[in-house]
Design a binder for this molecule. Structure first.
Ligand SMILES: *Cc1c(COP(=O)(O)O)cnc(C)c1O
Length: 397
């Protein structure tokens, strides 16, 4: 059994803060500052260029990729780190389209995060071969999979509502139609009991700064099914994805297996911070995490619905259709969230009217959930959210 009291003690959260935004940026692992100092002074400072070999910097993307792989059900050697999630979406999509040259449709849904759709739009333009990005409502994805579809590009958990797709069913449908499947696990990795091997996805991508707690700007990951990886011709053919980077050959040859999805120099310092988060994850069983997340989510929904009748639940109640966040709608959602944050209960807001709360058992207890409900109810009761300072919009919501 996972000891969630022990994991709570491994994070450094400010006093007086109830943090319900781990779905957007996970908190600081308590061991990270010391590990970062060691990476800077002991490795960069002392070892200088020799750190690439001596401190194992060059192997970090594969080593940490395998540790993330365990959390998403990916076999060893099929997941690698680097770049941002938007870049990993581009890589997966370019590879998938090249594997289905006779097809023209990329199928996605309107619940997808805009960057994924933007990356697809940019790639379609760049290829100039008449591809079409077809965006349907989330509940219409299954029916929209037909033999024109080259690839489905779906984010498992909706960033606004927390609605979770039936990933195995949609992948089976895609494969039956001869299409490939890319799954974005931005709100799944470290959040739900996803199993990419059992679901038989072709590609999976995700970020590490949300539920995985890797820190702001921590690198993204990509997983490619072992049955496909040797066929993948990387579109971003950088030197560190080359079969022999230090041969400095004039021509590109893809590296072995998942190593070919690397592009350039890895962000060594950011990965040192991520490593401390993965040390915590090593003690976590994803089945336990999922059960704890659903229990806390149920508690939050019940509490808010009992105390705040003016809020409307935007997240599916049914466990199978829920990720690890709970969202409510309120016409003045932005101001309500600012008033909450001013009281130390931190969630976030997504236009036009969504209050988002990340449910993260690694560092949230039932007491934290109850406190968040109490503060939210008090703010709505006394209408303190309507003060002018809570209506002023900052750049990041
Ligand atoms: C958070 C998120 C992103 C962000 O991409 P970055 O390149 O890391 O900024 C992309 N896609 C989805 C689905 C996300 O949830």
């Amino acid at each position: 059994m996972t000891d969630f009291q022990a994991t709570r003690a491994m994070f450094d959260l400010p006093d007086g803060v109830t943090y319900l935004d781990g779905n957007s940026l996970g908190p600081l692992p308590a061991a990270a500052p010391e590990r970062m100092a060691r990476a800077m002074r002991g490795e960069w400072g002392e070892m200088l260029i020799t750190g690439w070999n001596k401190a194992g910097w060059m192997d970090q993307p594969a080593r940490l990729g395998d540790r993330i792989g365990r959390l998403i059900g990916a076999p060893e050697g099929t997941t690698v780190l680097g770049d941002t999630l938007s870049i990993k979406v581009h890589q997966a999509l370019a590879a998938a389209l090249a594997l289905r040259p006779e097809r023209r449709v990329i199928l996605s849904d309107s619940g997808n995060f805009p960057s994924d759709l933007y990356m697809a739009q940019g790639l379609v333009e760049q290829l100039g071969r008449g591809h079409e990005l077809r965006v349907v409502a989330p509940e219409e994805v299954e029916a929209a999979i037909d033999e024109d579809v080259a690839v489905t590009m779906i984010t498992e958990v909706d960033y606004r509502t927390g609605r979770r797709h039936d990933m195995p069913a949609l992948i089976a449908k895609a494969h039956a139609a001869g299409a490939l499947a890319i799954w974005d696990l931005a709100h799944s990795a470290g959040a739900v009991d996803v199993d990419v091997a059992a679901a038989d996805t072709d590609f999976a991508v995700g970020c590490t700064y949300k539920f995985l707690n890797g820190g702001p700007g921590a690198p993204a990951f990509i997983h490619v099914a072992p049955r496909l990886i040797d066929e993948v011709q990387p579109a971003l053919s950088g030197w560190l994805g080359h079969a022999d980077p230090f041969a400095f050959e004039p021509g590109y040859r893809p590296g072995p297996a998942i190593a070919r999805m690397r592009v350039g120099t890895p962000p060594v310092l950011a990965m040192a911070a991520l490593e401390t988060a993965l040390d915590i994850w090593d003690g976590v069983d994803m089945t336990d995490l999922r059960a704890a997340s659903l229990a806390l989510g149920d508690r939050f929904i019940a509490g808010v619905e009992a105390a705040c009748p003016e809020l409307e639940l935007a997240t599916p109640r049914e466990h199978a259709q829920r990720g690890s966040q709970v969202s409510f709608r309120h016409p003045q959602g932005y101001a309500v969230m600012q008033a909450l944050i001013a009281q130390g209960v931190i969630g976030d807001f997504r236009a036009p009217d969504i209050l988002r709360f990340g449910i993260t058992p690694l560092y949230l207890s039932e007491g934290d959930i109850d406190r968040a409900v109490d503060v939210l109810a008090a703010i709505l009761r006394d209408k303190s959210w309507d003060r002018p300072e809570f209506h002023a919009r900052a750049a990041v919501t």
